[in-house]
Design a protein around this ligand. Structure first.
Ligand SMILES: Cc1cc2nc3c(=O)[nH]c(=O)nc-3n(C[C@H](O)[C@H](O)[C@H](O)COP(=O)(O)OP(=O)(O)OC[C@H]3O[C@@H](n4cnc5c(N)ncnc54)[C@H](O)[C@@H]3O)c2cc1C
Length: 381
């Protein structure tokens, strides 16, 4: 089979690697507009320990990636000058560029033909392939070319965010909430290498307007964020990399394939960064697509199987991501809670964790939360 993979992000690279490794006779051309060492963003986080979801099928890739990851078991919430730790919530992270470099090396080692610095401007450039895997991200050319056929829709969260890095090291995945005279901010921050952390700043629209961010350039915005988060940053600096303010885009497609073209990863769906699953979803899409292609004799039936098998799973995750994002859309209101109640509201925001599960998962946090509740009740009683 002659396959074109459009996009050298985690989804495209992983699909190309997986297929070529299992089917050495296949010809796979991967087209990536950027150079191999160019990337946006800083670290990405996975919502479980390392990449254990990959281990059963692909232990070698897990073994290549795992040593480069940072992992921890607690989340720290900083609110009103207090820090509350929620134990038992496993996360791990890795620099996006490190992850891509490992996946690139693995794809090249199995014989994928990678065309870096090679933007595709028209789908005519991909004529003649048996299958086109569109792993070309949020602004996918393939999807844009057939939006109606894919049943594409997009909407935007109202909050604004900007993705920075910093050399400040954080000991756990952390969330810092800050109220200033002009508004409310939060930051999602975590280290992804011994000396580098992601620092993602978010604020509600009213705050964004009060600060006039629409009229500030990247450096001016960065300076304001450094001032707002001076305590969390220990007076350190933020690092910008195309760190413009954005609204989170909710991308969805009802139909996952059209003719011989199939969508995976961010081209197909987006999942809010607060649940840390975009990269994992892209890799899992790649695995599901490869399995469907192996299970069916014809490309058309394989693509239908990919959609039928994978769509319900992705839908569930996207729904959870929306619930999580809705909590963030209202975070200035939640900030009126005292730190323990605030932390409880945060950790139960998806509606999927009840008290019994929380007691089992986060015994130290729940003991503190319940003791504070009882103390409050006896003071009031
Ligand atoms: C602020 C923010 C924070 C995030 N944090 C996390 C996180 O903590 N954890 C997590 O898992 N995910 C996170 N994500 C999401 C994650 O980055 C994406 O979900 C993931 O990268 C999707 O992988 P992908 O391969 O589908 O697409 P991408 O990584 O977007 O890759 C698409 C590739 O296609 C290339 N391309 C596009 N068009 C063309 C063209 N015409 N020709 C050639 N090449 C082209 C692009 O250059 C790019 O390399 C975050 C996203 C954002 C915006």
């Amino acid at each position: 089979m002659h396959i074109a993979v459009l996009g050298g992000g985690p989804g495209g690279l992983y699909f190309a690697y997986l297929w070529k490794r299992r089917h050495p006779e296949a010809q796979i051309d991967l087209f990536e507009q950027n150079a191999p060492d160019a990337t946006w963003g800083f670290g990405v986080v996975f919502s479980e320990q390392a990449l254990e979801f990959l281990r059963a099928d692909d232990p070698e890739t897990v073994d290549a990636i795992a040593p480069e990851m940072e992992s921890w078991n607690n989340i720290t919430l900083n609110h009103r000058g207090e820090s509350v730790e929620i134990d038992g919530v496993g996360f791990s992270s890795i620099g996006r560029l490190t992850l891509l470099s490992i996946l690139q090396a693995r794809a090249l080692a199995v014989g994928v033909t990678a065309h870096f610095s090679n933007p595709i401007h028209s789908l005519d450039q991909l004529n003649g392939y048996d299958l086109i895997v569109a792993a070309d991200g949020l602004n996918s050319l393939v999807r844009r070319s057939f939006e109606g056929d894919f049943g594409f829709s997009i909407s935007y969260s109202t909050n604004k965010f900007a993705w920075y890095g910093t050399h400040k090291r954080f000991e756990t995945l952390s969330q810092t909430f800050v109220k200033t005279a002009r508004g409310t901010f939060n930051a999602h921050h975590y280290r992804y290498a011994p000396d580098m952390s992601t620092f993602l700043v978010e604020c509600d629209r009213a705050t964004w307007d009060h600060y006039g961010f629409a009229y500030k350039d990247v450096d001016q915005s960065k300076a304001i964020c450094e001032e707002v988060f001076a305590e969390a940053l220990g007076g350190g600096m933020l690092i910008s990399n195309k760190s413009v303010w954005r609204n989170f885009p909710w991308v969805w497609n009802e139909h996952w394939f059209h003719k011989n073209m199939v969508l995976i990863g961010d081209a197909l769906h987006s999942a809010h960064f607060s649940i840390g699953s975009g990269t994992r979803l892209a890799i899992e899409d790649a695995i599901a697509l490869a399995k469907a292609l192996e299970a069916e004799a014809h490309v058309a039936t394989a693509l239908a199987r990919y959609q039928a098998d994978r769509k319900p799973i992705v839908k569930k995750l996207v729904t959870a991501a929306r619930t999580s994002a809705n909590w963030y859309e209202k975070f200035p209101g939640h900030m009126q809670l005292d730190p323990l109640d605030f932390a409880y509201s945060y950790i139960t925001r998806s509606g999927r964790i009840d008290d019994a599960r929380l007691r089992a998962m986060s015994p130290r946090f729940m003991a503190a939360y319940e003791a504070a509740g009882q103390a409050g009740a006896s003071e009031n009683g």
